[in-house]
Design a protein around this ligand. Structure first.
Ligand code: NZQ
Ligand code: ZN
Length: 383
């Protein structure tokens, strides 16, 4: 296992009726920016619960943070934060609203051109404090220090990370999942699954705790995922929600190599063709696993045995079957796993390779083995 220093400073308020905790979670007298997306919170009661909890706070609102939040939209909120001298940002939504708010929080205190935070990894020295009410379990953004923001004008989708934008608290009420459309439930399960895979499926460093935590989370998603669609109860939702948070709150990623190459290609697919984040991952991951089967052989066999109970056959047969089971699981939670499922074909290959090259994504993964020719092959095999 590698050395590591670990802290996760986000306080989690988990369970039904926890939104009321906002009242004490945000310091009395602070001016709060209540930021949200396209308005789903107004139809499912979350907005009213938030306003009730903040009845003693001064609240300024910013709405319209879109899925795959844009620099263009978030910069409007930055102006508002400055003009209103906001003390605290409350993100109410899914990963897009949370990520947008992380960028707003950092950009509002940034000396210089805020796009540099994303494009040039400019250090974030300060940020407006922020908290979260999560409405869509998927990204883990509610308790990590990362954000992904797009610039529409240039079709760039970049990530940044800073401890300054780690949410101070996150409210996780599984009952808010009741209003999620099927497509977003699917997205959440698959995104969380791939987050676990990209921290687990690398090379063995004898990190037994991280491996078994990761396998436990994968098994939970496999067991509970398909049940979340029809007549789901709050127990099923709670298990999915907590799995998605645990998948990317840092815990399973400490002390182990990580491989974010499926996400690397996925972000380019969203930037160029607008697919949902998780849809891109479901397309790429199975072919990434197969392409990298030599480098990842030990962990692929461990995954096959411990997650899918596959032990019969030679190594290649076991790996092939584990990948097939993974793709079948994605399909069982109603996710398309090929470009053709989204009416895309051969025309995507070269633009995606060019975009990866433009962003210097030419040696991705834990051993930098995902080169451009291998990315081209993975994309082509995923049509
Ligand atoms: O806009 P609103 O009204 O909020 O509606 C949203 C949106 O249309 C809707 N929704 C959310 N909660 C709902 C709901 N509808 C009904 N009932 C509810 N309870 O769902 C739609 C999608 O929301 P979005 O926030 O875009 O989804 P998600 O949580 O999947 O976030 C995706 C974004 O997160 C980034 C992705 O790249 C993408 O931009 N990621 C962030 C990460 C991080 N910060 O650590 C890691 C991930 O790998 C990922 O890259
Ligand atoms: Zn993701």
């Amino acid at each position: 296992m590698f050395n590591f220093t670990y802290a996760n400073n986000t306080v989690i308020h988990f369970g039904t009726e926890q939104i009321a905790k906002l009242k004490s979670a945000i310091t009395k007298g602070q001016k709060v920016l209540l930021a949200y997306g396209g308005g789903s919170i107004k139809n499912n009661g979350v907005y009213q619960q938030v306003l009730d909890a903040l009845s003693k706070h001064e609240v300024v609102e910013f709405s319209g943070i879109e899925p795959n939040p844009s620099y263009e939209t978030t910069m409007k909120a930055v102006e508002l934060v400055k003009k209103e001298s906001v003390d605290f940002i409350l993100a109410v939504g899914g990963g897009s609203v949370i990520d947008g708010c992380k960028f707003i929080a950092a950009a509002a205190k940034f000396d210089g051109e805020p796009w540099d935070i994303l494009a040039k990894n400019a250090p974030v020295k300060d940020a407006v404090p922020l908290g979260v009410v999560l409405t869509l379990p998927a990204t883990g953004s509610e308790s990590n220090s990362f954000a992904v923001v797009s610039k529409l004008a240039t079709k760039d989708k970049f990530a940044f990370g800073s401890p300054k934008v780690q949410p101070l608290f996150a409210v996780l009420d599984p009952s808010v999942m009741a209003s999620l459309p099927e497509r977003q439930l699917t997205n959440g399960i698959v995104d969380a699954y791939v987050h676990i895979m990209e921290q687990y499926l690398t090379y063995d460093v004898n990190a037994k705790v991280q491996d078994r935590f990761a396998e436990g989370l994968l098994l939970t998603l496999i067991e509970e995922g398909p049940k979340v669609f029809d007549n789901a109860d709050n127990e099923i939702r709670a298990n999915i929600m907590w799995s998605a948070t645990m998948a990317l709150n840092g815990l399973i990623g400490v002390g182990v190599p990580q491989d974010w190459s499926t996400h690397g290609i996925g972000h380019e697919i969203t930037a160029l063709y607008g697919l949902d984040h998780a849809q891109t991952l479901a397309i790429i991951l199975p072919r990434m696993m197969w392409e990298m089967r030599a480098e990842k052989q030990d962990k692929l066999l461990q995954y096959a045995e411990r997650v899918w109970q596959i032990t019969d056959g030679d190594n290649e047969q076991c790996i092939k079957l584990a990948i097939e089971k993974t793709e079948a699981f994605f399909r069982s939670v109603k996710m398309g796993t090929r470009f053709s499922d989204y009416q895309l074909g051969y025309e995507v290959v070269e633009p995606l390779v060019a975009q990866l090259e433009r962003h210097q994504q030419v040696a991705m993964g834990e051993t930098k083995a995902v080169t451009l020719p291998r990315s081209r092959s993975i994309i082509t095999e995923s049509l």
